[in-house]
Ligand binder design. Sequence first.
Ligand SMILES: [Zn+2]
Length: 222
Amino acid sequence: MFIGHIGAAFAAKRFAPRTSLGTLVFATGFLDLIWPIFLLVGLEHVRIAPGNTRVTPFDFYDYPISHSLLAVVGWSVAVGLGYFAARRYRRGAWIVGLGVLSHWILDWVVHRPDLPLWPGGSGRYGLGLWNSLPITLIVESAVFVIGLWMYLSETRAKDRVGAWGLISLIAFLILTWMGAMFGPLPPSANALAWSGLALWLLPPWAAWADRHRVSRSQSAGN
Ligand SMILES: [Zn+2]
C-alpha cells in the first residue's frame, strides 16, 4: 500500500490535532522508511518478479525486521515512546505508536501472504488485495480520500503555503503512486531500495505544509 498509509496519517490528525502531519506521515510510513535501509545493508531482501501480484511486481520474501508483526509492535512502542520523550503529548504519542502499527494492518490487507508474524516464523499472511487492480485502486483511493477529508475538516490553511504545500504534496503522492503501478520496473532490487529512500522526503514536506495550517476548532475559539 502506498497512498493509503498517507491517508491514515491524514486521518490521525483528527485524533491528535497537536501532532504535526509530518510526524504522522513518518509514523504511518515508518516501516517503508526503514525497509530500504535494511535492503541496502543486506539484512532484508526483495526480488523483482513481474506478475507476483496484479499490482506489485515485487516479491517481498525476506523482511522480518521491518515488516514482521512482532517487530512492528516493537517499532510502534519505540516510536511512540520516542515521540512522548520529545513532545510530552500523551495523546499524540498513542496516535503515533498506533500509526506505526496501522502500516502493518493496511499492508496485510493488500499484500499476498508474505508478511511474517515474527522474525523466523514460517507462517506468511496477507489478504492479497493486490491481486486485483480495480479493487486496489478503489480501496486505496478510498482510504486516502477519507483521510484527506478528515484532515481538511480538522485544519485550514492560514496562508498560501498551507494550501499549495498540501496540494503539491497530494499531486506528488498521486503521481508517484501511478508511476509505481503503471511505470517501468526498477532495473534491480538495489535500484528499488535507492528509490525507496525518496520516501524520506514526505515527512518534512508534510510538516512544512502542516505548519502553515491551523486547527479549525482552535481558530474558532474553543
Ligand atoms: Zn510496508
